[in-house]
Ligand binder design. Sequence first.
Ligand SMILES: Cc1cc2nc3c(=O)[nH]c(=O)nc-3n(C[C@H](O)[C@H](O)[C@H](O)COP(=O)(O)OP(=O)(O)OC[C@H]3O[C@@H](n4cnc5c(N)ncnc54)[C@H](O)[C@@H]3O)c2cc1C
Length: 520
Amino acid sequence: MNRAEMLNRVAERTTPWDMVIVGGGATGAGIAVDAASRGYDVLLLEQHDFGKGTSSRSTKLVHGGVRYLEQGNISLVMEALKERGIMRQNAPHLVGDLAFVVPNYDWWEAPFYGLGLKVYNVLAGKYGFGDSQMLSREETLERLPTIKTDGLRGGVVYYDGQFDDSRLLINLVQTAAEQGATLLNYARVTGFTQEPDGFLDGVIAIDEESGQEIRVSTRVVINATGPFADGVRRLTDPDVAPMIAPSQGVHLVFDRAFLPGRSAIMVPHTRDGRVMFAIPWHGHTLVGTTDTPIPEPALEPRAFDEEVAFILETAGQYLHRAPTREDVLSVSVGIRPLVRADGAASTAALSRDHTIHIERSGLLTVAGGKWTTYRHMAEDAVNQAAMLARLAEKTCVTRTLNIHGFHPHAEKFGALSVYGSDALAIQDLMRAHPPLGERLHPALPYTKAEVIWGVRVEMARSVEDVLARRCRALFLDSKAAVEMAPEVARLMAAELGEGDDWQRRQLAAFDETASCFRLT
Ligand SMILES: Cc1cc2nc3c(=O)[nH]c(=O)nc-3n(C[C@H](O)[C@H](O)[C@H](O)COP(=O)(O)OP(=O)(O)OC[C@H]3O[C@@H](n4cnc5c(N)ncnc54)[C@H](O)[C@@H]3O)c2cc1C
């Protein structure tokens, strides 16, 4: 993938695109993969980097949602469990199984959760990830050596999926490109053009790098901007009733010592009645999340002190050594694109876990859902968009479409396993230029070769793109990421033909972003 080449394709296009997708998160990238693999001509425009929004800030679970089961929403759970299986089948290099232990401190918890989690597994049918089991106190301690022992009776273990969200996102963008889609990061949609009857026929965007306007014509526009969906809808009609109720969720990352085993902890009922997880992730411990309604979505949201305190307090109830603010290596905040219950909506074409809403102008908005169901959301959205634009009907093929990097045994690539089959090419880079095999920081496994790879192959344009979403340094250890930044800027500048000024601006911008990932 090369941004200049993508821009050229856009400039040279003389006929309308079949679809223009606004937003390069899981929803938009999934739609690009689906539409391009059916044979439609698609353009995706992302205002910042691919995955800058919620899709790099999830709990990293590929799951049916134990919480929905408790609410009795069986069909939703079954659908998500099926998608979980499809995701692991199509991207085994990034989606793996993880054991989750529900520790039991009250007598009723073992039978209650034991039965519920059996049902969860039965609902997965042939897509099951493994049987749930009751654990004795000793077995629970074996799996969770740092769990609080006072009053511990035992536990229940069940299996779900875990992934690296922004790595999967980048691989989806690559898959879409391989299927013929054109995808641009740093291209913010600022307006639309309309036919005399008011139907949208074009998109206006700004190339955030050059400042130049981009104008394209299209048969249909898909608004896949997640928490920002209402902002894009307002570009067609400033008075539209909002359909999104944004709510933010915080995660804290700690040293692996807080959860040294290979099992995660699932707390089914926190003080505010939510589910909370502590998960081993990339050699660290990820704990979250919260659910705080916010008035407006921000691209780089900040955690509220109460949210941090709540996560620390809950973790402290379960972990032998209660973590403190000083132990927090990184804090990240994502915004849920929840669809309002009252809806906007006279024309909601589909409404399940996700909602598809079509304006009078023909703008098709798809929002809600979750990462796990991105493929199914995309299938629904493309079906609706093709019908709306009167495109020739074409069958969805993504159920069995391998995602870029597909490799059944990627674990053999060690720290490069998240690249799947691309790991071989990165190893070649290191062999050809041995200094590229050097680590960027002693605390994290990332090498200089990955910076080069991110720029050459994965369309990384800034230090943040590399440190936050091509590798996950900023999400794992924000201080280490800041320390790595000057070398990353130097390597990138050499690749991109940029000078000292560019490096200085990049470092200042990265420091600003990194300040949102640490507690002050
Ligand atoms: C805290 C938290 C934890 C979660 N955990 C999980 C989990 O473990 N498992 C799971 O399955 N799901 C999880 N989810 C849900 C999942 O992450 C989201 O449903 C999903 O990422 C939403 O993707 P999206 O593409 O709709 O939105 P986003 O990822 O936010 O993408 C929207 C994109 O649109 C772009 N955009 C906005 N305006 C414009 C414009 N004018 N022009 C161009 N581009 C624009 C933004 O920059 C952004 O990149 C979690 C969500 C949160 C908040």
